[in-house]
Structures are given as C-alpha cells and as structure tokens.
Write a new protein. Structure first.
Length: 301
C-alpha cells in the first residue's frame, strides 16, 4: 500500500455514520475520500437538495433523521443502523486523509480501547485556524458499538461509552465555514437550537449562583483527579456549564467575553485576520443566541 492509498476496511469492521442536511456538494467530495466497500450510513436531516441521491449513487444506506429532536437523537439513529463492530462519526464538511485511515485501520484491530478521540485541522474561509480554542480540540468520534451507551447533549453532543479511551493522531481536515456568508447561514440553526436548550434547561438569576457554581467546579475537579484525561474533563465541564445559567447582570458581557476568550486568552490573534474574523463572528453568535432565548421566553418564537 502506497503512502497516499486508503486502506481497505470491511463493513464488518467499521461503519461510518454521517449526519447531514442540504450538503450534497460536501457529500460528493467526502465520498471520494472514504474507504471502498465500507458500510456508510447517511442520516438525512430533511434535506431538499441532491444529498440523498449522492448517497445512493455512492452505495450508502440512507436513514431519515428523527424530527423535532436534538442532534444526539439524530446521531443515535445512525448508530442504530450501523453494522460494523466499530462506528466512526463524520460530518459532511470533514475530509479524512490517507494517514487518518491508516490509523483507523490499525485501531479497529486492537482490544485495548473502547473509543478514540480525533483531532482536527479547522479552516475558516480557506485559512487554517490554529488557535482560538479549535487548534487543540479533541473529540470522541470513533467507538466500539458494543461499548456505546448513547449521546449526551442536544447540541455539541458527546459520546457516552464504557471502557478505555485512545487517540487517533492524524487529523481530520475540517472545512466548517467556507465564507462569512456560509458561517451566518449555518449559525442560524445552531443558535436556535442553543436558545431552545437555554429556555428548557438554564437557571435564570440576576447574580451568579455561587453555591451551584462551586458545586459544578468541585465536580469538574473530581473528574480531573479521577481521570487525568484532559479530553474527558473538558467535555464534562462543557456539559456541566454550557447553557445551564443565564446571569442577567452579566448578559451584556457574554458576547464580549466570548470574543476576548477566543481572540486573546486562546490566542486567536496569532491566526491573523482569519482569527479576528472568527472571534468577531463568534461574538455575534453568542449575541444572537441570547436574543433568540429572550424571544422564546416572551413567546415571540
């Protein structure tokens, strides 16, 4: 096998599950970078473009996504349809390399781990974002089906599993936002979903709930002491804190804080103009999320 060749992975070894909506162009590009004869399941989220036809032409199986539920249940529908011993979750805008597939082909033959984290090279408008909180991002994307226990979180969902966690080091190329226009189009759905989560789950207070936050941070510290695994602790912290509190006195600071966090503290400035744009648009994302949240609470949506 040459360095650029994609290794063979049988349907018994691996199922690839892709959740997508109106992503025909991305799916067509992705299809050329998947192993031949692999079991691929497209979970179609009510698309009205040619994505389903692309999947059928590529020999994939198509499963309709459940309606009116979060991304956790939509992805779970794909796992339920999977046939392989291992499941790899991909998004339509991700591009696996031959090096990535070589690591996957080795991972599916071992018995030490039940799941694997994946790292990403993330691009904004064609420029790689190396900092701003995405350069070191690790996400559990591949897992043994027998050890899978579901997803947690209706948005930015994470895999629950029993067993030990390994790592795939070759990154996925993640072309998440092709342009500013594409970013704004995509965030409309995401901000609506996050606003719904806020409306359903968030505790609304005028001042920070010190007791509850201390309990949260104590829990996160216990997770660190128990696992010493940065990926798992980061995921636990995100699940524990994200969209769980709306502190009214801090509300104007949320979007500004997001920008400062990504651009200064997480060094997005080192990505040049792309890092600045990413930070500013992330600030707008935060503002839109909270505007939609208050519209929901007032019955305007």
């Amino acid at each position: 096998m040459t360095d650029g060749a994609i290794p063979m992975l049988t349907p018994k070894q691996l199922s690839i599950v892709i959740l997508a909506r109106n992503s025909a162009t991305d799916l067509r590009e992705l299809a050329s970078q998947l192993p031949p004869n692999c079991d691929v399941v497209l979970v179609d989220d009510d698309s009205d473009d040619d994505g389903v036809n692309v999947a059928i032409e590529s020999g994939w199986r198509v499963v309709p996504a459940p309606v009116g539920v979060g991304f956790d249940k939509k992805r779970h529908a794909g796992v339920e349809a999977a046939r392989g011993e291992w499941v790899l979750m991909l998004d339509s805008d991700e591009r696996p390399t031959a090096a990535f597939w070589r690591e996957v082909s080795l991972a599916v033959t071992q018995t030490n781990y039940s799941a694997y984290t994946v790292r990403f090279n993330t691009y904004f408008a064609g420029t790689q974002i190396r900092f701003a909180g995405v350069g070191d991002l690790l996400v559990v994307r591949m897992f043994r089906r027998d050890d899978y226990r579901g997803f947690l979180g209706s948005i930015h969902e994470r895999v629950q599993f029993d067993g030990e966690l390994g790592s795939i080091h070759a990154p996925l190329e993640h072309h998440s936002y092709r342009s500013t226009e594409h970013y704004i189009t995509k965030i409309n759905a995401y901000t609506s979903r996050e606003a719904e989560e806020l409306a359903a789950c968030a505790r609304r207070t005028f001042l920070p709930p010190a007791g509850a936050l201390l309990g949260d941070f104590a829990y996160i510290a216990q997770c660190w002491m128990k696992t010493r695994d940065r990926t798992l602790v980061r995921a636990e912290a995100k699940q524990r804190l994200k969209n769980r509190y709306v502190v009214l006195s801090f509300l104007p600071a949320y979007p500004i804080g997001r920008f400062l966090n990504l651009y200064l503290f997480k060094q997005g400035f080192r990505d040049g103009s792309a890092g600045l744009k990413y930070g500013l648009l992330s600030m707008i994302y935060s503002a839109i999320k909270y505007i939609k949240y208050f519209e929901m609470k007032r019955g305007l949506r």
